[in-house]
Design a protein around this ligand. Structure first.
Ligand code: ADP
Ligand code: ADP
Ligand code: ZN
Length: 217
């Protein structure tokens, strides 16, 4: 597009329910770089019944962060896969300062961090109505972004389901964890000069357009 250069080593930052997954799928389809969601990687490990999955499960069920070393091992392995060589969209990672510093110490450099800003009051409603595709992990909402056919993913035809941790009490914990541990990353990446803040309310298409503008280098 008019010779502009776009950032390709990206991170989406935002509270649970801010719309990271919703926007990541669109970026993947258009930019052809993979989404690397630590939540998805962890849920896969739980479903597969690996030792790591068994250890992570109780933290996830309670809405707490999984220990850094477990998450890091998943991310580092995923980033080493060939499809991540030309860029990637980190979604849900890093989630605290020590994870961010672990990336730096491994020489993994991000060129843009996109923050989706959504008022706290809107997040509970978004998360309690969320439905996820079992096959491609696309994110929908019963009223705000419904599938065309109830229970069936528009993108891949997979079956949609409600995540167990999308219940009011666990959501409340996850929002507290975000404020205490993840929100400090806004300052961290601002100081690095790679943060762009985007208004995460309004139409999904409008937010997507703003995110793409924020990718111009
Ligand atoms: P995150 O990955 O940041 O936790 P999701 O992308 O899964 O968030 O979005 C959370 C919920 O909010 C989903 O049900 C999604 O359909 C819905 N949602 C996403 N973007 C918007 C928006 N702009 N307006 C209203 N609801 C939205
Ligand atoms: P959401 O975006 O809706 O908060 P995620 O799918 O990103 O949900 O994460 C679900 C759960 O997986 C979190 O509550 C946490 O237990 C765990 N998790 C995901 N990413 C990380 C991470 N980077 N560090 C520690 N725990 C994580
Ligand atoms: Zn799907």
């Amino acid at each position: 597009m008019n010779g502009s250069k776009f950032a390709t080593r990206l991170m989406l930052l935002g509270a649970p329910g801010a719309g990271k997954g919703t926007q990541a799928v669109r970026l993947v389809d258009e930019l052809g770089i993979p989404q690397i969601s630590t939540g998805d990687l962890l849920r896969n490990a739980v479903a597969a019944g690996t030792a790591l999955g068994k250890e992570a499960q109780s933290y996830m069920g309670a809405g707490k962060l999984v220990p850094d070393e477990l998450v890091l091992s998943l991310v580092v392995a995923r980033l080493a896969e060939p499809d991540a060589a030309k860029g990637y969209i980190l979604d849900g990672f890093p989630r605290n300062l020590s994870q961010a510093e672990a990336l730096v110490s491994r020489g993994i450099v991000l060129d843009r961090v996109l923050s989706l800003d959504v008022p706290k009051e809107a997040l509970m409603e978004r998360l309690t109505g969320r439905r996820i595709c079992r096959a491609c992990q696309a994110s929908y909402h019963l009223s705000f972004n419904p599938t065309k056919v109830e229970g069936i993913c528009d993108r891949c035809g997979g079956e949609t389901y409600q995540r167990k941790d999308d219940s009011a009490d666990v959501i409340a914990n996850r929002l507290d964890v975000y404020e205490a541990q993840t929100a400090p990353l806004l300052d961290y990446y601002e100081k690095m000069g790679i943060l762009r803040r985007v208004n995460g309310t309004g139409s999904i298409e409008g937010i997507y357009a703003a995110l793409k503008d924020a990718l111009v280098m």
